[in-house]
Every structure is written in structure tokens, then in C-alpha cells.
Design a binder for this molecule. Sequence first.
Ligand SMILES: [Zn+2]
Length: 160
Amino acid sequence: METPAAGPSNQVGGGAGPEPSVVHPAKKIVLVVLLVLCVVGVAFLIAFFDSFRHWLALHTGTLHGGPDLYYNFWSGFGSDLGEATLITAVGVGVYTGVRKVNCHTKGCWRIGHHTLEGTPYILCRKHHPNVPTRGASHQHILEQHRKYREAHEVRGTQSP
Ligand SMILES: [Zn+2]
């Protein structure tokens, strides 16, 4: 997110203020003192307040802000790497899980509950040819069961 080249207002250590319209030397000294106080305050904030690190990394640059060279990287952009890793891991996990349980029809994200006999595919009830897409009444289910039993009993009585 933050780059070391934050802009022209970044140059606080040069002695001259960022404004070119400094007229009186007294004002210039006050300005320099204020800038020094700002830098000291920034240094203290870097050392003690985590919530200011993000802001400081933006305004002081990555290389000159912290106790070591990489401090502002880890407190600025680097702190987002953990989040990015976490989000990626969760996304891959969810994707894998969904790919495992969902309908095998390409582009279908419904959960697949029904295996199609004779094939290795698991299909949702919309794509399975033998599963009704609408809810069946108890009567209808019993009727289907009775037909199934009758078909088997007929087969059973014919085969011996
Ligand atoms: Zn489907």
C-alpha cells in the first residue's frame, strides 16, 4: 500500500520547511522547531502506539520511520500479508469443500445429494433425471414404495 515515495511533503529533515513562502527568520525557526517536535513525536508514536503505525508508515516513509529498516514494512503493508494468507486459505478450503459436495454438472453450484446409477456422478435434484424437483406428498411416496414392492414381488414369484 505505502511506498517510500510518499510525496514532496515527506522531506522534513532538510531544515527548510515545505512551504516556499517563509519570510521572517523567527517564523522559520518556529517552523523548524515544530517540525522537529513532530519528528520526535512521530518517533515516540512509532515506538509506542500500534494504531499510529499505519498512518506513520504513510507519512514518514518505510525506510526512516522505525527502529529498524523493515519495521514500517511489517507494520504497514506487511501486516496485511497475514490477512491475505488467511483469506486465501479460507477461500481455497471453501472452494475445495464446495467442489467436493456440489453437483457434478458443470457450472452447477447446488449441493449434490443423488448418485446417478451406473455413473460416478453425484447430482443435485434439478439435474438428476429421476429425482422430483418438487416436494412429494406422503401419499405419493407410499404409492411409489408400493409400486416398487409390487414389482419386486412379481419378479420374486416369477423367478423360482
Ligand atoms: Zn446440478
